[in-house]
Design a protein around this ligand. Structure first.
Ligand code: GLN
Length: 450
């Protein structure tokens, strides 16, 4: 614990932690020491993790990277985090992220941007940017993030670490601050696929507090193996051929595909005819869900409340308006407006209903791919980590960073991002592997194999 605390101190400039639980982590470590001596320690005894600032931890503040949760303290602990604590994990702190997990660069945080440890002028990715850099810079052994459209995998790719998004419903979302409830997944970020698998194994499984959790038995993801036959691996043709993808990333992906082919696997290209509809579908549905989820932050029930001009008493509507205007950042306000528009009476059918229909078509097309193949591979991102400020004025450019990651969330499938070399500037490149629902074991096994 002391060693990690020292490293956190030396790396303040990366702006990774919004709060460090120094004394508490030391106490946890002492308690674990005693359990180890008594032979009663859990499976994660001594594992030091950080948690993204969207996960509730009783008695600790949770801010979702936002001003609107100022002075708010969690009253209960997220199921996923409780399960880790029950196995004697040590939590060293709370990690910076994009406000309400909305973003791809960690520049939307009320706590300021996180910096990539490979090059502090570059973004770490988002929204779990703090969680990825924490592992990248050795500020903890693993992190727990959340992934609604790539927020675990994209920062993992930008930082050269492993990020795992499980099947939708594999891990309880109880205690995770909601962004888009039919997409949100909790997922681990780690140095290697085995650590990620171990954390998944412990967090996964039924929970009476989240009705969307699957009752499928939880497998031992750490000991899963690949079938004893050539694997049928599809790859997204655009990922290695599209001019929109950086050449270094196309080349790195191609190299890995060649190696898989040389190892005797069947490796074939597939096209996704609906690829151009992925981002519109994702952004219409997630903003719609967000506008509903975030309506609870009204200045009355939680956190920040506007003081108005400080002289006259405000009526209730002004209190709501002022608190939300002052409490939410620009991107969150943009998405609430977009989502409210998509859900409004005159546009509901044209946008929300249509996007739900397209979501079903994307799911069907994805299912067809997995009728023929065991895995679908692509780069995790079209570019390596970009410079801070480079895309902040252009939300559409920013949304393009998610082109390869959103599919897994739109269809609810598991996917993992693993390091796949670096570009000429030493910037990490990520490779994404996707598998059918509940095939996390195979996913981890292939990740280890690669
Ligand atoms: N970058 C995507 C977005 O802004 C994904 C975020 C996430 O997965 N939480 O919505």
């Amino acid at each position: 614990v002391d060693q990690y605390l020292a490293r956190i101190d030396e790396n303040q400039h990366l702006n990774v932690f919004t709060e460090v639980y120094a004394d508490e982590a030391r106490q946890q470590a002492e308690a674990v020491d005693q359990k180890l001596a008594a032979g009663t320690a859990g499976r994660l005894a001594g594992m030091i993790i950080g948690i993204k600032d969207v996960l509730s931890y009783a008695g600790h503040s949770v801010r979702a990277g936002s001003r609107i949760l100022e002075n708010f303290t969690a009253q209960f602990t997220a199921t996923a985090i409780q399960r880790l604590l029950d196995e004697d994990v040590i939590i060293i702190g709370r990690q910076n992220c994009d406000e309400f997990a909305m973003g791809s660069s960690n520049e939307n945080s009320a706590f300021g941007p996180v910096r990539n440890a490979v090059d502090p002028d570059r973004v770490p990715g988002g929204s779990s940017g703090g969680s990825a850099v924490a592992v990248q810079a050795g500020l903890c052994l693993a992190s727990i993030g959340s992934d609604t459209g790539g927020s675990v995998r994209q920062p993992a790719a930008f930082c050269g670490v492993v990020g795992l998004k499980p099947t939708y419903g594999r891990i309880s979302r109880w205690g995770l601050i909601a962004y888009a409830s039919s997409f949100d997944c909790i997922g681990p970020i780690a140095n290697n696929a085995n650590d990620a698998a171990l954390l998944l194994e412990i967090m996964a499984g039924p929970d009476e507090f989240d009705s969307t959790v699957s009752s499928q038995p939880v497998a031992s993801y750490t000991s899963a193996t690949l079938p004893d036959r050539p694997l049928r691996i599809a790859y997204l043709r655009d990922g290695v051929e599209s001019a929109g993808v950086d050449k270094s990333i196309r080349d790195a992906t191609q190299l890995t595909l060649n190696e898989l082919r040389a190892a005797g696997h069947i490796v074939e290209p597939v096209d996704l005819s609906l690829i151009n509809y992925l981002l519109p579908t994702y952004y219409i549905l997630t903003t719609a869900e967000a506008s509903s989820n975030l309506s609870r932050f009204d200045g009355v029930r939680y956190g920040y409340r506007s003081q108005g001009d400080g002289t006259s008493v405000m009526d209730l509507l002004s209190l709501y308006k002022k608190s939300r205007t002052e409490g939410f950042g620009a991107e969150v306000r943009r998405r609430i407006l977009l989502g409210t528009f998509a859900l409004s009476a005159s546009y509901y059918d044209a946008y929300y209903t249509k996007a739900q229909q397209v979501r079903r078509l994307i799911r069907q097309e994805t299912e067809r791919v997995f009728e023929k193949y065991d895995f679908l591979l692509s780069p995790t991102t079209p570019t390596p980590a970009f410079r801070l400020g480079e895309k902040t004025d252009d939300p559409l450019q920013m949304y393009l960073a998610d082109i390869f990651t959103v599919q897994a969330n739109v269809v609810g499938y598991p996917a993992i991002s693993i390091p796949n070399g670096t570009d000429a500037n030493g910037l990490p490149i990520g490779l994404q592997l996707m598998a059918p629902p509940f095939a996390e074991g195979a996913l981890v096994a292939l990740a280890k194999n690669i």
